[in-house]
Design a protein around this ligand. Structure first.
Ligand SMILES: Cc1ncc(COP(=O)(O)O)c(C=O)c1O
Length: 387
């Protein structure tokens, strides 16, 4: 009855395909979920302890808008060590409420009404929504199974119009698990330079790569000046609930993000900032251990899905497999609904992630090895019945 109070922008915002699906899952018993996009590990103990100690020391106030200076220094040093890219903690970094907030303030700070943002898809569900909420126009450029869902720079170039302001990329990719190669990213950097575009690079899964190095986009020649690098703690360090991440970029652009951030957020959670700093300082062995376990599950699920007859390319990053389910004869939404209904396995229809996702489903392997074994048995039984 009160819906007419809502803005057109919000009313027209499509609901997240993931949310709709998991509202159903929440009402069911005995479901094996390959649907969740977050680590199944608890935050490693020393990181937890840093948060607890910070609270016990009475650190319960706001921090500087951009985040605690020492935390920014630690992030800056971390990026320098990993990717040889240097960000000044004084004016080129802002600590955010996860990459979610960083995406939102980046779009709010960059876009004028009608500005276009090119988004290679399938992609994380928030990208299009963040562009729309900021008054921009998302322009989807689908990636192809035949290319292992690799970013297609030529397709990006074809999509450029006089209204294009930015390209928003996320590698390692959610939902496909694709990792962008250096060659492809260099090609994208050439295009960005030639057409004077800014690139927003969501690298939240940067440390979850298997046998292929992660390339930080802003570390490529000439790119630091036209990149907003988004990074986080949620996935690498199993810290989704802490709500902390960061944006790094040229000082004048970060100043723009900070203007939005200071009014809508004030400062990222103090406790989470302290825990995030500890994560960088002592978390590397924990990250390596979790990555090894994801890798073991990755091999199980990719081989299992291929053996069932659902072609699955080898994901080199994040914790998702993205099988082609067209051999079942069902579309991806029906496949997901019927699999849930008949065999109690939850996964996410590929079309929830934008153009190019149709005919695929996202299977998260951020769940116990034994769950994946059981889920594969159930999927096999389901596929053999329907196809
Ligand atoms: C690609 C990608 N970016 C950003 C996020 C949000 O991360 P955060 O918890 O830092 O807000 C997610 C979470 O699923 C994601 O998959």
């Amino acid at each position: 009855m009160s819906k007419h109070y809502l803005s057109e922008k919000v009313v027209n915002l499509p609901p997240s395909g993931i949310r709709v699906f998991f509202d159903i899952v929440a009402t069911m018993d005995d479901v094996i979920s390959l649907g969740i996009g977050e680590p199944d590990f608890v935050t490693p103990q020393p990181i937890l302890q840093a948060g607890i100690s910070s609270l016990q020391a009475g650190e319960t106030s706001y921090t500087s808008n951009a985040g605690i200076f020492e935390v920014r220094e630690t992030v800056s040093e971390h990026l320098r060590q990993l990717y040889e890219v240097a960000y000044d903690p004084g004016n080129e970094l802002v600590i955010t409420v996860g990459v979610s907030e960083a995406l939102h303030i980046a779009m709010m700070a960059l876009l004028n009404p009608g500005d276009e943002v090119i988004i290679p898809t399938p992609c994380f569900v928030s990208y299009q929504a963040d562009v729309l909420l900021a008054g921009g126009v998302p322009v989807e450029v689908p990636s192809q199974f035949e290319d292992n869902f690799q970013l297609d720079p030529q397709a990006v170039e074809v999509a450029i119009t006089p209204r294009t302001k930015a390209v928003l990329v996320g590698y390692p990719n959610n939902p496909t698990g694709a990792v962008a190669s250096r060659e492809v990213l260099l090609e994208l950097s050439r295009i960005a330079e030639q057409h004077d575009l800014i690139v927003i690079s969501d690298e939240i899964y940067d440390q979850l790569v298997y046998g292929q190095p992660h390339v930080c986009f802003s570390s490529l020649p000439g790119m630091k000046e036209r990149t907003i690098l988004l990074g986080g703690f949620s996935k690498d360090y199993a810290m989704t609930g802490w709500r902390v991440g960061y944006a790094a970029g040229p000082a004048d652009v970060i100043d723009g993000l900070l203007r939005v951030h200071q009014y809508i957020i004030m400062s990222a959670p103090t406790t989470a900032q302290m825990a995030a700093m500890e994560a960088i300082k002592v978390g590397q062995q924990h990250v390596a251990d979790m990555r090894d376990e994801y890798d073991r599950r990755r091999r199980l699920i990719v081989d299992g899905l291929n053996e069932i007859g659902l072609p699955t390319f080898e994901p080199r990053g994040a914790f998702y497999a993205f099988p082609d389910i067209t051999p079942s004869g069902l579309d991806d939404t029906t496949f997901a609904q019927e699999l849930l209904d008949k065999e109690r396995v939850a996964l996410v229809p590929g079309s929830a992630f934008g153009a190019g996702g149709e005919g695929f489903v996202r299977c998260s392997y951020a769940t116990a090895y034994e769950n994946i074994e059981q889920a594969l048995e159930r999927i096999e039984r389901f596929v053999s019945k329907v196809s």
